[in-house]
Design a protein around this ligand. Structure first.
Ligand code: 5AD
Ligand code: SF4
Ligand code: FES
Length: 387
């Protein structure tokens, strides 16, 4: 039986813990140790973090959710990332390239449904043909939408000149995940074949910034060998890089990839989900006015995963508008959601889901990153936040 002294000491300790949390949450400049501490929170303390980040979100970017219609226009990839289901080495994948008319039909769907923005994503190729194909897609989408759709590209590492050509052809945003900001972990996740270099990835991010793109990056969360220190480093990397947009989600295993061999070392999926939510919450506190995506991988773990992300700090969703029959062939990880659905299904599903979060879908708005807008000078003459 514990005496009264014990009871008082326990209470005091608990009070101090809450005080420590509240002081940390209110800090204007979180350091590495603060972030590791926040990422480790559990139970009621974690809930307090989420309430706090939710307030930071509402105060800085409001309760609007921006839609980006996602077109996965090709799954052909020259790279062999050890975690990815469509890596070059996976011979079981049916490779496809969407026809121009299929891409334009998807773009038209986004335009007619007032999405405001598109994301064009593919595997990575650096051939002249591919560069020209993307250029042509950009110009055609510009033509059919009268320049009213904002376009984000997610086509991997390219030469600076290619980034410039695509920017000139109408792409204003680019997503290139750093995957992990720890060079040693990066090396463990990629083959040493001369095609996968941390330094090149970094150089590409700098090229994109210098070319004038709104630049997005991101990481996978819950990877084998990854620690809370790595993840804290990732968040500080995004801050230091002064990034405009982030898409980060849980790592999900795929049986036809080399990293699958380490599946026994992974956190349970629910913990990966919670860790991702904590990453989003802390990122919202670090970079208050950037765009943060609630990624599809969250939805693969939990039907309400994206809604939870919206509640703690995310403000972007990327409804898949790839024609239904190709969706099964773009499996970066297994159990990817929405592969049996078509663009209309995803739209009505999301309309209902976002309404439940007390957020509002910002139809008809570009939803450029406020952070980028405030930086001001880079994208002169290309408009503000309305089509
Ligand atoms: N689990 C989660 N995300 C993955 N990606 C690739 N493979 C996986 C996986 N197995 C992510 C990478 C890449 C993005 C397009 O998809 O972060 O940058
Ligand atoms: Fe290719 Fe991207 Fe997959 Fe790497 S993550 S194998 S670059 S599609
Ligand atoms: Fe595709 Fe819900 S978003 S079915």
């Amino acid at each position: 039986m514990r005496d009264k002294g014990h009871w008082t000491r326990d209470k005091l300790q608990e009070q101090q813990q809450w005080q420590y949390l509240d002081v940390t949450l209110r800090k204007s400049d979180l350091n590495h140790d603060d972030i590791v501490y926040l990422l480790g929170l559990q139970g009621a303390e974690k809930t307090r973090l989420f309430e706090y980040s939710s307030g930071v979100k509402e105060k800085n970017v409001g309760n609007k959710v921006y839609f980006r219609g996602l077109i996965e226009f090709s799954n052909v990839c020259l790279k062999n990332c050890l975690y990815c289901g469509i890596r070059r080495g996976n011979v079981l994948v049916n490779r496809y390239n969407l026809h121009m008319d299929e891409i334009l039909a998807a773009a038209r769907f986004a335009f007619e449904n007032n999405y405001g923005s598109l994301v064009l994503q593919s595997g990575e190729l650096e051939t002249g043909n591919f560069v020209r194909q993307v250029e042509k897609i950009l110009r055609e989408i510009h033509r059919i939408s009268g320049g009213k759709l904002r376009i984000t590209l997610s086509c991997g590492e390219q030469e600076k000149d290619t980034y410039r050509r695509w920017h000139d052809s109408g792409a204003h945003r680019y997503l290139l995940r750093i995957e992990s900001s720890n060079p040693e972990l990066y090396r463990k996740l990629h083959p040493q074949d001369g095609l996968h270099s941390y330094q090149r990835r970094l150089d590409c991010l700098y090229s994109l910034q210098n070319t004038g793109y709104q630049v997005g990056t991101g990481v996978m969360i819950g990877l084998p060998f990854q620690t809370l220190h790595d993840l804290a480093g990732d968040l500080l990397f995004m801050k230091q890089f002064d990034i405009d947009m982030v898409g980060m989600g849980p790592y999900l295993e795929h049986e036809h990839t080399p990293l699958y061999a380490f599946r026994d070392q992974l956190l349970p999926v629910e913990e990966r989900l919670q860790l991702t939510l904590k990453m989003i919450a802390v990122l919202r506190m670090l970079l208050k006015d950037i765009n943060i995506a609630a990624t599809t991988a969250l939805q693969a773990i939990d039907k309400l995963g994206r809604e939870k992300a919206i509640q703690v700090g995310a403000n972007v969703i990327m409804p898949n508008i790839t024609p239904g029959r190709y969706r099964d062939d773009y499996l970066l990880y297994q159990n990817k959601p929405c592969t049996d659905e078509n663009p209309e299904d995803c739209m009505s599903c999301l309309n209902a889901r976002i309404a439940l979060t007390n957020n509002e879908i910002a139809y008809g708005e570009w939803g450029d990153s406020e952070h980028f807008r405030k930086k001001g000078t880079r994208d002169k003459g290309r408009g503000t936040s309305q089509p």
